[in-house]
Design a protein around this ligand. Structure first.
Ligand code: PLP
Length: 372
């Protein structure tokens, strides 16, 4: 095969709507810090989009999770349950509080935390569970919420990769105590860098607003009754967010079309696993992903290298976090067989909303050539 004439990236933002207009408004008006009308507008619109009461913006998704944990009172001596197969920010945020992340394996049917493995990891020190809706597919929230209620644990949804995904009739981020989102440049909706927290609980919302703004007293300026943080987003980033949200439904529709097209073109390849979509779920397909089954004739690294030679970008799945030296170290592989398998064999394909049909066809043809 001849290489594609231009590079096809895994992710690329679509900034072709009102982004420039709103950002120009910030610059022209001088409102470029975290004060400015777009911040409140973005928070309100995003909360509405998720079906949550409150939206609290943050400067990125990682600190959004950290802030959520702090507001829930989690700190030194506590344990927080997290999936091993996720982006490192999930477990790192737990470490930032002084608490310990306790890893749980994934399940094949959703690629998310396996509810049947959670209870085994609960101890007297466990305070919370963070679920991750990996690559856009929701985790099994009912099962997880039931376990959490039984053991009196808080639940945070790390929905950084799942803007707009549906669990039954609800958008992710609106189901647990707190939802956390990222708007990093490669996410479904992006502000370059940025984050959001969603919740239905007024007290938590107020506490998080307070903590993210240096925990300054509302009645006495420059008096700080608690350790706070500066986790604010800028008006410029929020302006991008407002413009991105105007196109959220269009983006989600496009992501779904991309996914359906890939699956249609690739489904006759027996050595592939395709992205999950349970009957109760609506996958938001942040990244269209395939998994090379055991016995595939080409190794993953080689497969990705060959794609690259054809001008096709791809990403390996996340490496299960329990293997990192500052967590558990690499010795406990056999305890996380599903995370280990998916982490070693998964590949994210180009999934940008700017992707053209002809590019999906080219990529699919390349994959056929490499795997058959
Ligand atoms: C992107 C991401 C984050 C972190 O977001 P940043 O905005 O990059 O800090 C957290 N969790 C998951 C699962 C992510 O994919």
């Amino acid at each position: 095969m001849k290489r594609y004439p231009t590079y096809i990236p895994v992710a690329e933002p679509n900034l072709g709507g009102n982004e420039l207009k709103y950002v120009t408004d910030c610059v022209k008006s001088g409102w470029i810090s975290s004060l400015g009308k777009y911040v409140g507008q973005f928070e309100e619109n995003f909360a509405t989009f998720c079906g949550s009461k409150y939206g609290i913006s943050a400067c990125n998704g990682t600190v959004a999770i950290h802030l959520a944990l702090v507001a829930l009172g989690i700190g030194r001596g506590d344990e927080v349950i997290v999936p091993s197969l996720t982006f490192v920010a999930t477990a790192n945020s737990v470490l930032y509080t002084g608490a310990k992340p306790v890893f749980v394996d994934s399940e094949m049917s959703t690629w998310n935390i396996d509810p049947s493995e959670i209870e085994k990891k609960i101890t007297k020190k466990t305070k919370a569970i963070i679920v991750v809706h990996l690559y856009g597919h929701p985790a099994k929230m009912d099962e997880i919420m039931k376990i959490a209620r039984k053991h009196n644990l808080s639940v945070i949804e790390d929905a950084a990769e799942a803007h707009g995904a549906m669990y039954k009739k609800k958008r992710v981020g609106s189901i647990a105590d707190i939802g956390c989102f990222s708007f990093y440049g490669n996410k479904t909706l992006t502000t370059g860098e940025g984050g959001m927290i969603t919740t239905n609980k007024k007290k938590l919302a107020n506490d998080m607003r307070f903590l993210k703004d240096h925990a300054m007293s509302a009645t006495k300026r420059y008096y700080h009754p608690k350790l706070g943080y500066n986790y604010r987003i800028t008006n410029i980033e929020a302006a991008l967010g407002v413009a991105q949200l105007e196109k959220a439904e269009v983006f989600l529709k496009k992501k779904r079309e991309i996914a359906l097209k890939y699956t249609k073109l690739l489904q006759d390849i027996p050595s592939l696993l395709f992205p999950p979509e349970e009957s109760w779920a609506k996958n938001s397909y942040w990244m269209y992903s395939i998994v090379l089954k055991p016995g595939t004739k080409i190794r993953r690294a080689n497969f990705m290298q060959k794609l690259k030679e054809l001008n096709i970008d791809s990403r390996p799945f996340f490496i299960p976090n329990h293997t990192f030296p500052y967590f558990e170290g690499s010795k406990k592989k056999d305890q996380y067989p599903v995370a280990t398998f998916l982490g070693a064999n998964g590949v994210n394909l180009p999934s940008s909303v700017l992707l053209k049909n002809e590019q999906i066809e080219f990529i699919s043809e390349a994959i056929h050539t490499l795997l058959q």
